[in-house]
Design a protein around this ligand. Sequence first.
Ligand SMILES: Nc1ncnc2c1ncn2[C@@H]1O[C@H](COP(=O)(O)OP(=O)(O)OP(=O)(O)O)[C@@H](O)[C@H]1O
Length: 434
Amino acid sequence: MTGRVEALQEDIASLLREKEAWALERQAWEEERQQLREESVRGEEERRKLHGMVMELKGNIRVFCRVRPLLTSEEESGGEDVGAQIAYPDASLPYPSGQKEIVLSSTGAEREWDAGMGNKPRKEVWNFNFDRVFTASSTQADLFAEISQLAQSCIDGYNVCIFAYGQTGSGKSWTMEGGNTEETQGMIPRAVAQVFRVADELKDKGWTYSVEGHFLEIYNETITDLLSPPPAAGDPPRKHEIHHHPVTHLTSVSDVQTPALTSPAQVLALLAQAQRRRRVAATLMNERSSRSHSVFTLRIRGTHAAGEAERMGTLNLVDLAGSERLATLGLGASVAGAERLKETQNINRSLSALGDVIAALGNGPGAHVPYRNSKLTYLLQNSLSGNSKTLMVLNLSPLEAHLNESLTSLRFATKVNNTTIGTAKKVQVQSGKS
Ligand SMILES: Nc1ncnc2c1ncn2[C@@H]1O[C@H](COP(=O)(O)OP(=O)(O)OP(=O)(O)O)[C@@H](O)[C@H]1O
């Protein structure tokens, strides 16, 4: 009997030892898990720091140039494709035929004018240098690969502005919105998908993100909310005033819909609805020409479970109205012509205001920046200031008939590219409501 009791006691003692060992093992495992969690948060922190450093080294204003392919309709109507003469990311390629050549490089490579005999040059050459050059065969994915990091930095708490600039029909809407398939999707749907994907990944690291957005159109210096149905017949037009909060530096626009955004699919549905409302009018250059600027703004706010500093970033994706000069439009004396003339003057005024703002930002801190000279620059004031990251994608047509217009666009983009704006800083979240 005593022997059985002893054996049972021994069994119990052994079970207790085993339980203790398990508890110790569990504790070690928990500690390891906690350590991994902390390492992962540190890793994420490190990634953000390194990414921020890379972006700061690259400067806050960057310009990409993209030449679109010749369209079938242009080919059928005998349009001459000079795309191969324009897009030249690698200047070591053989000389193309043709009298004129625009060399686009991202390496600083240049070609010389071919002086020829007598006064007339054999070949006229213009050299331009940008951060990246995309040719007719570049895909939307190629472009987004270069943009995605920038779009992502709004999740880390930066203000980001991406503009598509260029003459009517040069591919701005294609670049920003793109086609209906996954392959042809433009920068807006790709950036939106990326923001949601990364915000979701960061959940494991203790971050909770909320996203909201608005989509505005600026037409003849008047703001329209593309996410609101138009006012009923007889109702006065809505007034949208831009307001910059003096403490939080948040920009708000009165009486506009700013819905909470919860999924890429929801955003795409809103965008499609908004696009149907965009004003389109005929010009001689593109019968569905968009004569207004559209500004899609995502506001992203991140809070951390362990009480890390809140992150607040803004991503502005701007499809600018066509940049062509009045002479190109060949406007007649008709009523429609007079209206087009007013539109074009407003567009040109706001585009030159944008150029002036960017140039003034390059004059260093304290310099006067004329944000108020146009609705577009005033709206984007907080996202264009020296603390933000700006990218301009210059779109070019490959048509020989558009060569002069392309040169005008290239000169504007060069002015932007030559501007050096100080280091981007994260938005400091302060208390106060806008
Ligand atoms: N990279 C590209 N690949 C294929 N098609 C393109 C590309 N870029 C533009 N296109 C096509 O060229 C045409 C003109 O492009 P888009 O409408 O984007 O020009 P835009 O600059 O936005 O003009 P607008 O000022 O009128 O808005 C469209 O039919 C578009 O689908």
